[in-house]
Design a protein around this ligand. Structure first.
Ligand SMILES: Cc1ncc(COP(=O)(O)O)c(C=O)c1O
Length: 408
């Protein structure tokens, strides 16, 4: 099953000089940044020398998220169209806090939100610098628009839910999950006065909580940081059925929308009501400041460009490829009697473990960046996260087979 998407050239080496610097870095025995001054230099070395000096460190010392065996984390490689947009953004340094400092960037954000919000049944929202902030913003709106003081989430909810509750002074009740890692409704307390947090794609296992519960609490927030973009695939959209009954939804753009960090969306079903609860005015502002951040970058522009370049169908084909990678990997694990599969993947995350070999020993026998680990019910599992459209599933399966079976 070869990789099908070739629009991710290797970001690491754009010139022969970069490559030489990177190789020199990789060959250095210690990887210690010994050429960098310990203290702030009084005189600078100039831009060109700085590029030469840093290429080996920044490019050579990076994790290769586009490697054919990279499956360890929820961090995708970014398509080159976003690199161009990010350079434009950096050179222009627009600030979405004021329309005057972002005449087009503000419009770009509105366009992207208009395009994407309907897939989630939401009216709109805003970009923020990651789903931790998106979740914080959703719970802030739940507290101040709906007046809730208690949040109910599963034990598998992302730590940003507990963090947000701590920051907002909300009580958090975490209830057990079922055998497949989903919030188990039998443990739910009465929902009339609480904010229910449902996760669409939990961090450890990719499980989707029962989204048919959305709308039953005073406020429902769906953390769709990981799996939210599946709404754009006709094949997988129904896995998130019910999400449109939520009051707020978080979606990471820097996960399965393939965007550079730091980009996420917080979406609201009743936008005016939510915005009224999370906005501040000040004499120096021409419009209210909505959300947690003050200054905000033009993170919508790389996403606008990606969606223009690929279209919905292009994005969906990449997501469907990744879901197939996870399914193919899971099937090969099931067929190997030296491996144990945790469950069939629900949203591209595959957990498994070798039989008769410790996880650390197994992981060291696989290529770096291929697998991560997670702990479920006190037991450690190997975790493969299909976020890399450049992955070569055959190479991954071969590497796992070699690690458990040896070369023969
Ligand atoms: C389900 C879920 N929610 C929220 C987050 C937090 O997102 P971020 O790292 O963008 O702040 C993550 C991160 O992995 C996640 O998996």
């Amino acid at each position: 099953m070869p990789s099908i998407h070739m629009d991710y050239p290797d970001p690491s080496f754009s010139t022969a000089n970069d490559l030489a610097c990177a190789l020199a870095y990789l060959e250095s025995p210690t990887h210690i940044s010994q050429d960098l001054p310990n203290q702030l230099p009084e005189a600078g070395i100039g831009e060109r020398q700085t590029l030469d000096l840093l290429a080996g460190y920044v490019l050579g010392g990076a994790a290769h998220l586009n490697a054919p065996t990279a499956l360890a984390h929820m961090n995708p490689p970014t398509p080159w169209i976003t690199w161009a947009m990010s350079l434009w953004n950096a050179s222009l340094n627009q600030n979405l806090l004021h329309d005057m400092t972002s005449p087009f960037a503000t419009q770009a954000e509105a366009i992207v939100l208009d395009w994407l919000s309907p897939y989630f049944g939401m009216a709109g929202g805003h970009f923020c610098a990651g789903s931790t902030l998106a979740n914080l913003t959703g719970l802030w709106a739940a507290r101040d628009a709906a007046g809730v003081s208690t949040v109910v989430a599963s034990e598998a909810a992302h730590l940003s839910i507990a963090k947000s509750c701590r920051l907002l002074g909300l009580d958090l009740i975490q209830i057990p999950t079922d055998q497949r890692g989903r919030l188990d409704p039998q443990y739910l307390p009465p929902l009339q006065n609480v904010c229910l947090v449902l996760t669409a794609g939990t961090t450890a296992t990719g499980a989707i909580d029962p989204l048919d519960l959305a709308g039953q609490a005073k406020w429902t927030h769906v953390d769709a940081a990981w799996a939210g973009p599946l709404r754009l695939s006709p094949i997988y959209a129904d896995r998130l059925k019910g999400i449109d009954q939520a009051d707020s939804v978080s979606v990471s753009a820097h996960k399965l929308l393939f965007q550079p960090k730091d980009a996420a969306l917080i979406l609201f079903r009743q936008l005016a009501v939510a915005n009224a609860a999370i906005s501040f005015d000040s004499g120096y502002l021409a419009k209210p400041n909505v959300g947690v951040q003050g200054s905000r970058s033009a993170a919508a522009i790389p996403l606008l460009a990606t969606l223009l370049a690929w279209g919905r169908a292009g994005l969906a084909s990449r997501l469907e490829f990744l879901m197939q990678v996870a399914d193919t990997l899971a099937a090969s694990i099931e067929a190997n009697d030296r491996l144990e599969l945790w469950q069939r993947p629900q949203t591209g995350i595959t957990l498994f473990r070798p039989l008769g070999m410790s996880i650390p020993t197994f992981i060291t026998k696989t290529p770096p960046g291929m697998l991560s680990t997670c702990v479920l019910a006190g037991e450690v599992w190997a975790r493969a996260v299909a976020a890399n459209p450049c992955v070569d599933c055959d190479q991954v399966i071969a590497a796992i087979t070699t690690a458990v079976n040896g070369n023969t």
